[in-house]
Design a binder for this molecule. Sequence first.
Ligand code: SF4
Ligand code: SF4
Ligand code: SF4
Length: 581
Amino acid sequence: MENVKLTIDGIEVEVPVDYTVLEAAEVAQIDIPTLCYLKNINQIGACRMCIVEIEGMRGFVTSCTQPVANGMVVKTNTPQLIEARKVTMELLLSNHANSCTTCVRNTNCELQALAKKLNVTEIEYEGEKIDMMLDEISPSIVRDPNKCILCGRCVAMCKQVQKVGAIEKMNRGFNTVISGTFNMSLANVNCVNCGQCINVCPTGALSEKDNTKEVWKALQDKDKYVVVQTAPAVRAALGEEFGLPIGTLVTGKMVSALKKLGFDKVFDTDTAADLTIMEEATELIERINNKGVLPMITSCSPGWIKYIEHHFPEQLDHLSTCKSPHQMFGAIIKSYYANKINIDPKNIVVVSVMPCVAKKFEAKRSELSVDGLADVDVVLTTREIARMIKQANIDFVSLSEEQFDDPMGEATGAAVIFGTTGGVMEAALRTAQDLLTGTSVDKIDFTEVRGKEGLKEATVSINGLDINVAVAHGLANAEKVMKEINDGTSKYHFIEIMACPGGCIMGGGQPIHTAKEISSIDIMGLRAKALYDADSASKIRKSHDNPAIKKMYEEYLEKPGSHIAHELLHTTYTKRDLYNK
Ligand code: SF4
Ligand code: SF4
Ligand code: SF4
């Protein structure tokens, strides 16, 4: 592609002709403030913070929308620009909640940080202020329009990346608000609770429903036996909340912190991921051998499940009937484990720490309960557990490392990679090849299903059988594979789908980074590497070799796909229209 040369603040820079001035400034390492900008997703010049002066052009120009040109001379930091940005910020804050000390995003808010940077110490403009109602009836997401700056990042994320379109800019002028479509609550539209909008919101206008109080209450209740389980993606990101570099694996410190918080047992959801693979691989083989519904699609991502229920309700029989790993684990804790320790399951509280806000909705599904007892009582995100650890004044970084509790803390490398796109597929293939051949096959790494590509496919030959598989992450990619199924052109036997781009490591409950960090750091690659490293270092790397799982089948579940396994570990799905909760 043709390059052009331009000068920004006296620095000459050469960039491809399709760059914007803002992108050229990044190359020149010149920082231009932004608020609404989200690289390649939301470049609309709405917030007017990225204004620059360009020789020969009248007025200020938004650098995120302005294409570069040969010989262009740009200034990013004149006194006039500095003043204009400050006035824009004061106008934004004149109709803003400004309740930083009680805001979930205090000290991690792009609006707050930029206001400080622009030296805004008072708001000169006093005008009409609208006090709007919170949208908090969703079990997953809270929307506070009083903290919204109408930047549009959430709308672009939901519409373009996730292809859901559940959140919109409504009304006009001063009355403009961001809300669920048709001015409805997010709980009453086709929102799948993926939380990707939260992760790109620069302010506290979108956040997860906080369930930390319920957990503190349970921990104080002497009659309750409180068990916590943690998903694989949490250990790859929790350290970021305590200033550790992105991609630091903090498994031992996390376990130690949870024990200090007072949980009676700290279990690893990875154990249940191994259980999921046993059930799912068996289900796949059964469908292939008996001409069942194919392709079979994974069912561990609750955002994906809600998406297919709303958008492809006629195709629900393609879903594996397996519950997601933490729900399986909840059911096992309240049956097999409750029997073992002789505690009434009614007195057990299962807390799941997840990278995901959709799991809050999932845990409340009536079908995910046994004999009226919910499998999982409370779901906390990575961010919420970090808040609890900070509240308890635990010095996370200095903690020594501790192990998950037995007997259900044992897990394999196959389970830990569940946290990243392609991981469930790889884990399933490791087990399926051994089950189909009746041997222990040497091949462990299926690199063809790893990596960032939105849609990956492979053909795996096992025992003379060619199994066509696909891996999709992000719902726009899910839509592509579902359209093929709708058209009858899908060539796959087995498909892994994760709602979040990157899989659980990039879930809507993970630590939040600024737009600048998102565009300049390979957050997904670093977190995924942490999990693949943990897999490589594992002594056992195939789910069916996990001794804790073997024992569970021997002592209780009989065999994969047994009647009792179906009662505890499998589920059903619901057809929904675009408004049905
Ligand atoms: S959104 Fe940001 S600026 Fe607004 S109250 Fe919260 S922390 Fe403060
Ligand atoms: S949670 Fe996901 S589906 Fe719901 S509004 Fe946000 S991005 Fe859209
Ligand atoms: S909710 Fe957040 S991301 Fe969406 S427009 Fe408002 S401030 Fe921007």
